[in-house]
Ligand binder design. Structure first.
Ligand SMILES: Nc1ncnc2c1ncn2[C@@H]1O[C@H](COP(=O)(O)OP(=O)(O)OP(=O)(O)O)[C@@H](O)[C@H]1O
Ligand SMILES: Nc1nc2c(ncn2[C@@H]2O[C@H](COP(=O)(O)O)[C@@H](O)[C@H]2O)c(=O)[nH]1
Length: 188
């Protein structure tokens, strides 16, 4: 069987990566979204094993040592990483696998999976990014400030990626993503 594809979606927190991924999965049920591991505490309504695998710092550091993570990064005081085994299994089965991850981890995928398509999602403006982060209502003020500071650094890295998509109009951004992901396939 032909090996599958790895698609990496990155961009600053609050830009709409999760919103875009949920819409992609709703339209294309053969896509597989990797579930990340994190040391962050679950937000209200988040379910272990569905939204993330929630682990302690000691457990995460053991996963790093045992090379169980395809990539990982420290973000806003917590570890986040992609469990390697499931991604490799799905790729070997010919699936298209999506990672929704922050910018440092997305950059490091270039070394482990040089064929991955790495897409950077941009906000229409930093002001709109802040409006979205605040409007989501998920994070405390200190966390929002940390995320916005990190966002300003991350936006400078957008040109290192294979493709950039501005998430202004959601439907337009989705169509651009679909073209990037499926351009070498019959549109499923
Ligand atoms: N095109 C858009 N126009 C207006 N609002 C949007 C758009 N896309 C997403 N949003 C809103 O922006 C907020 C942040 O979106 P989302 O949670 O998907 O961001 P994210 O990049 O996944 O963040 P994180 O990296 O922290 O998980 C949500 O309230 C979402 O509804
Ligand atoms: N490098 C990685 N980054 C990841 C992973 N899973 C999620 N993320 C990114 O972390 C930030 C914060 O997420 P939040 O859920 O606390 O808002 C965001 O940019 C995610 O995309 C991962 O496995 N590796």
């Amino acid at each position: 069987m032909a090996s599958g594809k790895l698609i990496v979606l990155t961009g600053p927190s609050g830009v709409g990566k999760g919103t875009l991924v949920r819409a992609l999965l709703a339209r294309h049920d053969h896509l597989y979204l990797s579930i990340s591991t994190t040391t962050r505490s679950p937000r209200f309504g988040e379910i272990d094993g569905q939204d993330y695998y929630f682990v302690t710092r000691a457990e995460f550091e053991k996963m790093i040592q045992q090379e169980q993570l395809l990539e990982w990064a420290e973000y806003a005081g917590n570890y986040y990483g992609t469990p390697r085994a499931k991604v490799e299994e799905k790729i070997n089965q010919g699936s298209t696998v999506i990672l929704e991850i922050e910018v440092v981890g997305a950059n490091s995928i270039k070394q482990t999976f040089p064929d991955a398509l790495r897409i950077f999602i941009l906000p229409p403006s930093v002001e709109e990014l802040e409006r979205r982060l605040r409007g989501r209502g998920n994070d405390a003020e200190a966390a929002i400030i940390r995320r916005l500071e990190r966002a300003k650094e991350e936006l400078n890295a957008s040109q290192d990626f294979d493709k950039t998509v501005v998430n202004d109009n959601l439907e337009k951004a989705l169509q651009e993503l679909e073209i990037a992901i499926f351009s070498d396939n019959i549109f499923p």
